[in-house]
Design a protein around this ligand. Sequence first.
Ligand SMILES: Nc1nc2c(c(=O)[nH]1)N[C@H]1C(S)=C(S)[C@@H](COP(=O)(O)O)O[C@H]1N2
Ligand SMILES: [Mo]
Length: 218
Amino acid sequence: MRVDLPPGQRPAPHEPFGLPQFGGVRALSGPGHRVSVGGKARHPAQFGIDDLFGAGERLTRTSDLHCVTQWSAVGLTWEGVRFADVYRWLAERVIPHPGARWVRFTGLDGYSSTMYLEDALAADVILADRLSDSELTNAFGAPLRLVAPAHYGYKSVKQVCAIDFLRSYDPGQARIVSHPRGRVDREERGRLLPGRLWRVAVTPGQIERVRALFRADL
Ligand SMILES: Nc1nc2c(c(=O)[nH]1)N[C@H]1C(S)=C(S)[C@@H](COP(=O)(O)O)O[C@H]1N2
Ligand SMILES: [Mo]
């Protein structure tokens, strides 16, 4: 087992890794799954996954997933296309407002998380439809999920059904607890406390209390 996890992270204690127990996993919306793209945009529209995937080269990338509640899943191999390629394709069609510097992803369960657009355009951020050489399962985000490895897991929205360009940050389901940027290397765990304090104050055993107190999904 690799031991070079970022500060304050430990290996996920369970297999399969992750949070499906917290995310409200929804059944697939069927082969005709559409993604609504809009927000501050001139021509909001809906697109199929094939449309979005036609925007870029399909690639396979291995990365780690760091949940802010301190577990990390290492060596996950995702397949998909870069969000940056999809964005360029979309931008020509929906025409986002030039001042829209944030992008919100929403899942079928209603969960949403907003990334700083510039962060989402990094080369390692992909929209994935496959994990470990298999189709994604619903629990891990089928039919389409975001994978933003440099950011805490709360940015990696599963079952993406909407992408909205925004002029300001929307905390979504992570409420005031989440950090607008959420970068792991800066330990931007949340807005309320600096990362290193967060880590000490919010131990994995206390996370349920934080979730209940702020009604936050993390
Ligand atoms: N649609 C949706 N996406 C979501 C969540 C969720 O509850 N619903 N939880 C987020 C959080 S907090 C984390 S850590 C990761 C966990 O990803 P996994 O379930 O694939 O492990 O999904 C993120 N994406
Ligand atoms: Mo998380």
